[in-house]
Design a protein around this ligand. Structure first.
Ligand SMILES: Cc1cc2nc3c(=O)[nH]c(=O)nc-3n(C[C@H](O)[C@H](O)[C@H](O)COP(=O)(O)OP(=O)(O)OC[C@H]3O[C@@H](n4cnc5c(N)ncnc54)[C@H](O)[C@@H]3O)c2cc1C
Length: 260
């Protein structure tokens, strides 16, 4: 079990509306897709993927509730407890990757693009958001060398429609060795179906309610698999066996709830 370490905030940067990146002093190494448990003493502990790895590592978060709101009000010099990194991350398979990111899922895909570039792979990245003001890390991935394709639900930037609409068109015209996705679970299900139609290896990062982070408490279970320790990144072979994918999840109190 990775012990709790205390890191000092170096900076907080606005990425988009209600979305920030916190950077820390010090170093943390993680594979793209691995996550840490962020501990705010007397307030909350919650999982966050590592969006910047190594020296000056960072986490990119959407402000949705109490924990993320508290984190957003913290200033440089203040301290945060971090456990991890935990879980299984993405692997770069082959030389040509199609990456699909929805909303804040881009925080997980951006370090994957960096790794793919280090491994000299070509990346087509589809970045989807509800509206232009929610697009994040576009320039970062363009500067890294990815071909970035934008979609927005309202057409305020890029192609109007879903990220998977663009992915479908790219898959018809280009050759890929693998497809990787992170975003809303319905998007992941559509992306998985597309990869199956084209016979391509698939990986996606799933979100479930995580408490312990180390595969003990069962709160993140999906069809008996622990998202925290066996995931959060799962291969297509495993995803194909999950009946609850895109349908059901456990609530924080352990009740089965619909994803609709
Ligand atoms: C592996 C993993 C990686 C994640 N990475 C990111 C990331 O990079 N950026 C980001 O913005 N968000 C990420 N999340 C989601 C993030 O954990 C929640 O948004 C955060 O916990 C919300 O906390 P809160 O106190 O602000 O909100 P709350 O009001 O407590 O909850 C708001 C919603 O956040 C989710 N949530 C709350 N607590 C947890 C928890 N312990 N585990 C899982 N989901 C929870 C629930 O869906 C809940 O409905 C990740 C989740 C997982 C499982």
């Amino acid at each position: 079990m990775t012990e709790l370490r205390v890191f000092t905030i170096a900076d907080q940067i606005d990425e988009a509306k209600a979305c920030r990146t916190v950077r820390f002093r010090g170093s943390l190494h993680a594979d793209p897709g691995q996550f840490v448990m962020v501990w705010l003493p007397r307030e909350d502990e919650f999982p966050m993927s590592v969006s910047y790895v190594g020296e000056g590592f960072g986490l990119t978060y959407k402000i949705v509730g109490e924990g993320t709101r508290s984190l957003s009000t913290m200033n440089p010099g203040e301290k945060v407890g971090i456990r991890g990194p935990y879980g299984r991350g993405f692997e770069v398979q082959g030389r040509r990757m199609l990456a699909i990111a929805g909303g804040v899922g881009m925080a997980v895909i951006a370090p994957l693009v960096d790794l793919a570039m280090e491994e000299r792979a070509d990346v087509d990245l589809v970045l989807g958001a509800k509206t232009e003001s929610e697009l994040i890390m576009k320039e970062r991935c363009e500067m890294a060398g990815a071909n970035v394709h934008i979609s927005t639900d309202d057409g305020s930037s890029g192609t109007k429609g879903l990220a998977t609409d663009i992915a479908r068109r790219l898959l018809q015209t280009a050759e890929y060795d693998c497809v990787c996705a992170c975003g809303p679970e319905k998007m992941i299900v559509s992306a998985f179906r597309l990869s199956e139609e084209h016979g391509l290896p698939f990986q996606a990062s799933l979100e479930r309610y995580i408490k312990c982070g180390i595969g003990i408490c069962d709160s993140c279970a999906i069809d008996g698999r622990h998202v925290c320790s066996e995931g959060p990144v799962f291969s297509g072979d495993v995803l194909a066996s999950l009946e609850d994918l895109g349908r059901r999840r456990l609530s924080p109190s352990g009740r089965i709830v619909s994803l609709d």
